[in-house]
Design a binder for this molecule. Sequence first.
Ligand code: FAD
Length: 323
Amino acid sequence: MSVLVYTENTNGSFKKSVYEVVSYAKAIADSLNTSLTAISIGDVEQSALTALGNYGASRVLNVSSDQLKQFVNQAYASVIAAAADQIGADLIVLSNSFSGKGLAPRVAAKVEAGLADGAVELPDVSSDNITVKKAAFSGKAFAITELTSAKKVIALNPNSFELRETGGNTTVETFQPDIPGNDLAAIIQDIVRTTDKVTLPDAEIVVSAGRGLKGPENWGMIEELADVLGAATACSKPVSDAGWRPHSEHVGQTGIAVSPNLYIAIGISGAIQHLAGVSASKTIVVINKDPEAPFFKVADYGIVGDAFDVVPRLTAAIKAYKG
Ligand code: FAD
C-alpha cells in the first residue's frame, strides 16, 4: 500500500496549499508506515518538483504533455487514477481547491473509492476504515466520515494543515499514461485573468466589506487596506447583488467559502449566511459601528467605530509599521 498526493500547479508553480496537502499526505503515510508519491500534471519547473521532497514526497511522477497544459477535469482525473493504479496506491490525497472539488469525485469514481472531501484534520487510520473529520453545511458543522471501501480519496480544505518540512529528497520520474480520447472532448484554450491581485480562495488575508460602506464609490479605502496587507478583497451578498462589487467577491453560504489566516470584516453585520463562508478563518477582525452587530460574537478582535474613520487610520498605521 502507498499514498498518492496530487500537486496542482498554478501557471507552473506550486502554491502554499500544495505544500500543505503534501505535508498532510506525508503525515498519513507515516502513520500507515508507507511511502508518499506525488503526481504533477502540466509544465512545472524541475526545481519545484524536487522541492516536494522537502515536504515528504519520496517520488514524483511528472506528467508533461501539450494536451494537459491547461486543467481538463476528466483527463486529469484519468491521469491521477492511472498513477494510483501504477503504484498500487490505496489512498489518494488532494486539495479541496476549486479544481480539487471537481477532481476528487471523478478520481474516486474512476478508482471506485470512498471519498471524504473538505477534510480539516488528520484522519484516524488506526483501523482499515479511515475516519475523517470534514467540514459540512458550508463550514457550519463538522461530519465524521468513515471510509469503508478498499480505496479511499481525501480532499483537504486549504489552510487546514500546517506545513511540515522533512528535509527529504525526491526522485522525479516521467509518467506518460494513455489519455482516453473522450477525456479531451473539451479543451480549455486560454485562461484570461481579470485581476492581477491574489484570488479569494488562495488568499491568506481577506479584507471584506458590506453594506455599511454605503456605496461602490467608497471601496477605494478597502482596496488600499488590502493592497498594504497583500490581501484579496471580498464582500457580502447584498453588495454584489447591488453591483457594487463583482459576484466573484461574494463570500458566504451562497458565495465563496474562505479560510484565510486573517479575515477583516468591515461594515458587515455578520448574518448567519455570511458567517457560513468565513467561519473557518483562523483570525477574524470586525470593524462595525454597532456594538450589537452579530459579527462581534465570532470575532477574535473587534473595533467598534465608523469604518470611514477607522479604515484609513488602520491603513496609515500599517504603512508606517512597514516603513
Ligand atoms: P447589513 O445587514 O445591512 O449590515 C451592514 C452593517 O454595517 C451593519 O452591521 C451596520 O452596523 C454596519 N455599518 C453601517 N455603517 C457603518 C459604518 N459607517 N462603519 C462601520 N459599520 C457600519 N449574505 C452574505 O453575505 N453571503 C451569503 O452567501 C448570503 N447568502 C444568503 C442566502 C440566503 C438564502 C439568504 C436568505 C440570505 C443570504 N445572505 C447572504 C444575506 C444575509 O442574510 C444578509 O442579509 C447579508 O449578509 C447582510 O449584508 P451586510 O452585512 O453587508 O449588510
